[in-house]
Design a protein around this ligand. Structure first.
Ligand code: LLP
Length: 402
């Protein structure tokens, strides 16, 4: 029998991150099935959830890794992913980081002309270039990664300068990359950006692949729907096919989702530690605050992006519904998981599930307020494993020089 959330919290404590590897695997397979173009190399944007058990599950489905730091490259290599399947999408990397990546044999996806030039001058034989197609998208301004206001990529109109660096340094630009934003539920915007990126790619003579990035959203809200993956896959395959005919030879297509693979597999379990209702006056408005034993230190998405996470009352799902504010234990008024959310009325000690927390949850967690990080547990059918034990206050304090 698969463990219940109550079993897991009894064993591993609260708050607790739980990842269901069967869901991760199913998402990875759905993505592979949706893309008919061959050769196809999917990558996992490991920043979404670097838990090794999750990474290995995705790598076992044939995915490579999109890494954005030396730490993520090291993680990928330790998970057994060969360097040839790691793409290092750099962003203001240092020359020392560049030297390390070259020594590791990892392909650098350059986000600026000066970086491409330095990779070439350092003797790098190959590189990829991230272009900004000037078509941005995303669920929030802070997660839109293309267009005039973003720091990412080489502007798509500067492809001639890329060619000049190829000639001057002898480096081959083997990859043409874009990533336009995150949390996209509209397949048309991808198609628009892909059209721009294929026009850029047509000018680059030495390509092995075109990488159209990540960004596939998930339905966080009950009224949202999944992206029509088959339609998206068919469109990408069709555009790729037309492009390759024009290019004169078939190239590899790459996609590098993060959120799509892991968000829905993750839940942050938390226990209700306080319930209070203000007086029902004009000022206090009779609001009810449901306080939890976690906060934006463990899941920052609501505070940072006004994100929405479904919340379930696992202890009393049948309780009468009430409108409440679900808040955390961090000393900031922005530490709110949900405002005016109708839930089966939580009581002290109830277990709540913050859903779709598998992407950018623990990955962005901090120890603010000197609170330790929660444990992470992976579930795979009946199998339950601790992926990372809860940290302790002592461990936090011992990190200082006393
Ligand atoms: N590739 C590159 C180069 C990226 O920068 C990203 C995400 C991805 C792929 C994966 O994007 P995804 O498929 O997960 O949307 N912390 C924010 C999301 C930031 C995404 C940053 N880059 C959030 O919690 O929504």
């Amino acid at each position: 029998m698969p463990p219940t959330p109550h079993d897991l919290v009894a064993r591993f404590g609260s708050p607790l991150y739980v990842y269901d590897l069967a869901v991760v695997r199913a998402r990875a397979r759905a993505l592979k099935d949706a893309i008919t173009w061959r050769p196809f190399q999917p990558l996992y944007a490991v920043k979404a959830n670097p838990c090794p058990a999750v990474v290995k599950t995705i790598a076992a489905e044939g995915f490579g890794i999109d890494a954005v730091s030396p730490g993520e490259v090291a993680l990928a290599l330790r998970c057994g992913v060969p360097a040839a399947k790691v793409l290092y999408t750099e962003n203001n990397m240092t020359d020392a980081e560049q030297a390390e990546a070259l020594a590791q044999g990892v392909l650098i996806n350059c986000g600026s002309l000066d970086r491409l030039e330095r990779v070439g001058r350092a003797g790098g034989k190959e590189a990829s270039v991230r272009f900004n197609p000037d078509v941005g998208a995303g669920a929030h301004e802070k997660i839109c990664t293309a267009g005039p206001l973003t720091k990412f990529g080489v502007h798509y109109t500067q492809v001639d300068q890329v060619l000049a660096i190829e000639r001057a340094t002898g480096i081959n630009v083997v990859g043409c990359h874009m990533h336009i934003g995150s949390g996209i539920l509209d397949a048309d915007v991808y198609a628009k950006a892909m059209t721009v990126i294929f026009d850029v790619a047509a000018k680059l003579p030495n390509l092995r692949f075109v990488d159209v990035g990540g960004g596939i959203g998930i339905p966080y809200r009950a009224d949202q729907r999944h992206v029509d993956l088959r339609a998206l896959g068919a469109k990408a395959s069709e555009l790729m096919s037309a492009f390759c005919t024009r290019y004169g030879r078939p190239l590899e297509l790459r996609l590098e989702p993060g959120r799509f693979l892991v968000a829905e597999a993750g839940t942050l379990l938390t226990t209700v530690t306080s319930v209070k209702t203000n007086p029902d006056t004009a000022e206090a408005k009779g609001r009810t605050y449901v306080g939890c034993d976690t906060g934006f230190n463990h899941l920052v998405r609501v505070a940072m992006y006004d994100a929405y996470h479904r919340i379930d009352n696992l202890s009393h799902p049948e309780a009468a519904p009430r409108e409440v504010d679900v808040v955390g234990n961090i000393c900031e008024s922005g530490d709110v998981f949900a405002r005016a959310r109708t839930l089966p009325m939580p009581q002290l000690g109830d277990l709540l599930a913050l859903r779709d927390a598998g992407a950018y949850g623990m990955a962005m967690a901090s120890t603010y307020n000197t609170r330790p990080l929660p444990a992470e547990v992976v579930v795979d059918g009946d199998d339950v494993r601790v992926a990372r034990p809860r940290t302790s206050v002592d461990a936090l304090l011992d990190a200082y020089v006393w």
